[in-house]
Ligand binder design. Structure first.
Ligand SMILES: CC(C)(COP(=O)(O)OP(=O)(O)OC[C@H]1O[C@@H](n2cnc3c(N)ncnc32)[C@H](O)[C@@H]1OP(=O)(O)O)[C@@H](O)C(=O)NCCC(=O)NCCS
Length: 138
């Protein structure tokens, strides 16, 4: 298997490309410029010099963390890369996150099976996830 997991924050082009081809919604250029350098940790999957997957951890670095932007190029899906990304992110959290830190993520559809393997539990029915996408009026 010609895949390498490297600890690196995706650049804007890679981030936007991987989100788009894996069916995730777009982010603004301004948002990516501001946000990506603030990642606490991120990994890329590199296949023959080309980035085909990514995953990030964001948060305050002590009490609350979120796993986000897990995406694998559809051509390379179903080969264990999502699991490898998650394993690398969880490995970092186990080393870095203090006792009682809260780690959350929002799951799209059937990808919940992937996160269940790493100890994540649905918050429903006691809680529900809520989200809002910012819309700026000119
Ligand atoms: C979710 C995603 C990252 C999984 O990547 P992947 O490389 O295909 O995942 P893996 O091959 O490592 O599979 C990991 C496990 O999760 C399961 N799984 C992954 N995606 C799944 C899906 N959509 N439906 C059902 N099971 C899924 C696999 O069956 C596998 O289980 P197994 O070990 O028992 O066989 C990838 O499908 C993707 O990029 N999807 C689009 C973007 C997305 O939804 N991101 C997550 C947002 S929450």
């Amino acid at each position: 298997m010609d895949y390498k997991i490297v600890a690196r924050i995706p650049d804007i082009e890679t981030f936007a490309r991987l989100r788009a081809i894996s069916g995730l919604s777009p982010r603004s250029r301004d948002g990516m410029e501001k946000g990506l350098p603030n990642s606490l940790f991120a990994v890329l999957v590199v296949h023959r010099g080309h980035v085909v997957g990514m995953g990030r951890i964001i948060g305050d670095g002590g009490t609350a963390y979120q796993i986000t932007d897990i995406a694998v190029d559809p051509i390379h899906q179903g080969k264990g890369l999502g699991k490898a990304i998650m394993a690398a992110l969880i490995d970092w959290l186990e080393r870095e996150a203090p006792e009682k830190a809260y780690v959350s993520l929002i799951v799209d559809g059937d990808a919940r099976h992937l996160y269940g393997k790493f100890g994540f539990q649905p918050v429903m029915p006691a809680s529900i996830g809520m989200a809002r996408v910012m819309v700026k009026t000119p």
